[in-house]
Design a protein around this ligand. Structure first.
Ligand code: BG6
Length: 530
């Protein structure tokens, strides 16, 4: 069995330090939702990691805003407790072995807190007065990044409030940016309305719509793999690729988020955003440059080229499912309907599978199978590209009955890496083929710093690089594809929602969907290192 290390792309040659990354410009980050989960689990740990990496300027300031009445000291102490709680917390997003006290104090000393209600115009006036004070005392340069880590129903309200307080006006080189979390809309109409509403206050260049999948190194690497290597691009088309499978499988259930999930379901939660980002990165045309707009143009074009489906086609090209009780990682777990805050007869899907076609010269006739779900057999996000068979004629008069398909597997998470599966001759006098795999693992080549996935995204906002953020048309293009499916499901009524036992590969109907083309899903098994 072969291994990339055998190719002697020696770690010494490949691990050259990338160019020094400059410190972000002076600025204040204003975190709305400062007492919330996202702040604690991801945003503050990511800022801490940026301090450790020396990416934040001396004059950096972090202002927390939330409904909770508390002092700056209270907020700092609570976050200190949270950060300390991460040490040794295996499996959490912020998996730190220890906290660098100097780095944490650096950040903690730069935090301040303003209590306020986003529905109250006085809140924004207080934030404004606070920021002006910081500009005078800390020289934040008048640059503000407003991060909306709040429920989606507040996105429009917060942008209106910031605008009314004059906080979004850019002048004399000072920038004002707003980061908007997901979900961006609930369907096509609401996404359009939200875009229209925020664009009344902000210019597009001030809006950073986050999709945290784009913060993952392995997702960013899809473009490097495709466009920085002469090897792959010539093969990246219908002549050589037979089909593509994109999988985002999770073992977690709905956890404590049922109130959100009951309104959302797997399709809205994962597909127009995360899954379509993977699809767009895999299938888009080469951009004319690596500028934010060139890349976002290509992504929008790709999603616009997804073949529209009639209601009937939507029903036959998609599969829904809901997890029932089962066993995950050797532990019994309850079914979705038994989870707290889930309706007894909920018909919300926790699994979605679909088959899409892309109407471009590159992809004509190549099916893209997408699936995502909770409580599946293993946690695995991957893009699996299956190449066409070699002409069989050559082997006709030999004992080789079966040619192994060639697969290129991009492992997004966990066990980040890339594998190439192909057939090789078994040693010996007989002509027998064996399946072999060349496997590259990131951790073997690069030092993997602890990372929540938000570091790059936050840093990019500060330096004004919107490449990894969604433009208005990108978001709408995603919903445009999903909307007919939502409509078809809605019109079909509650009907039978196929169940699948927790800990399995999903509903059987998903197997039938892909089998119609004579294909199979790749089994959901944990990655094995070669
Ligand atoms: C979120 C979804 O956007 O992404 C969650 O709302 C999902 O339901 C999560 O679990 C998956 O992200 P990650 O980074 O853990 O793969």
């Amino acid at each position: 069995m072969s291994d990339t290390r055998c190719l002697d792309a020696s770690a010494d040659e490949t691990s050259e330090e990338p160019d020094e990354v400059p410190v972000a410009p002076p600025c204040a980050v204003v975190l709305f939702g400062a007492a919330g989960d996202l702040t604690k689990r991801l945003v503050v740990p990511a800022l801490y990691n940026l301090v450790v990496a020396k990416r934040l300027p001396e004059t950096f300031r972090l202002v927390g805003v939330d409904l909770v009445e508390q002092s700056t000291d209270d907020w700092r102490s609570k976050l200190t407790e949270t950060i300390d709680g991460f040490v040794g917390a295996k499996g959490s997003e912020f998996d730190a072995e220890r906290i660098d006290e100097a780095a944490w104090s650096w950040l903690r000393d730069r935090m301040s807190y303003v209590a306020g209600d986003l529905n109250d115009p006085a809140c924004y006036e207080r934030v404004k007065a606070h920021l002006e004070e910081l500009d005078r005392t800390a020289a934040t340069g008048g640059n503000y990044l407003f991060y909306l880590a709040v429920a989606d129903r507040f996105f429009g309200t917060a942008v209106d409030g910031l605008g009314a307080a004059g906080l979004t006006r850019e002048s004399e080189g000072r920038w004002r940016r707003v980061v908007i979390e997901k979900p961006f809309g609930h369907d096509l109409d609401s996404a359009r309305e939200l875009n229209a509403r925020i664009l009344r206050t902000l210019a597009e260049h001030q809006i950073y719509r986050i999709d945290h999948f784009l913060g993952k190194e392995t997702v960013q690497n899809i473009l490097m793999l495709r466009f920085a290597n002469g090897l792959f691009e010539p093969l990246w088309n219908r002549d050589h690729i037979e089909h593509v499978q994109i999988t985002v499988a999770e073992t977690i259930g709905v956890e404590h988020r049922a109130k959100f999930y009951e309104r959302t379901g797997a399709l809205r939660d994962m597909v127009p955003n995360h899954v379509f980002q993977l699809l767009a990165m895999t299938a888009m045309e080469p951009p004319s440059s690596f500028s934010a707009d060139a890349i976002r143009n290509e992504k929008a074009e790709l999603l616009e080229a997804v073949r529209p489906m009639s209601e009937h086609e939507c029903l036959s090209a998609t599969v829904r499912g809901q997890y029932a009780a089962g066993t995950v990682d050797g532990r019994p777990v309850v079914g979705y309907r038994e989870e707290p805050d889930v309706a007894d007869r909920s018909d919300v899907e926790t699994y979605v599978g679909s088959r899409l076609l892309i109407d471009t010269w590159r992809w004509a006739g190549v099916p893209f199978y997408l699936r995502t779900g909770k409580r599946l057999a293993c946690r695995k996000t991957e893009i699996a590209i299956r190449f066409r068979q070699a002409p069989l004629a050559l082997f006709r008069s030999t004992p080789v009955r079966r040619l192994t398909p060639n697969w290129l597997i991009l492992r997004i998470q966990p066990n980040e890496g890339i594998a190439l599966e192909f057939g090789a001759k078994h040693p010996g006098p007989r002509l027998v083929l064996g399946d072999v795999r060349m496997d590259f693992a990131y951790e073997d080549y690069f030092e993997m710093a602890p990372n929540t996935g938000y570091e790059t995204l936050l840093y990019d906002c500060m330096i004004g690089d919107a490449t990894l953020f969604q433009r208005a048309d990108n978001v709408e293009a995603g919903w445009q594809v999903v909307q007919p499916i939502l409509d078809a499901w809605g019109n079909a009524g509650p009907g039978a929602l196929p169940g699948y036992a927790a800990g399995t590969d999903g509903p059987e109907a998903a197997g039938r969907l892909i089998a119609r083309d004579g294909n199979d899903w790749r089994p959901l098994v944990r990655h094995r290192k070669v």
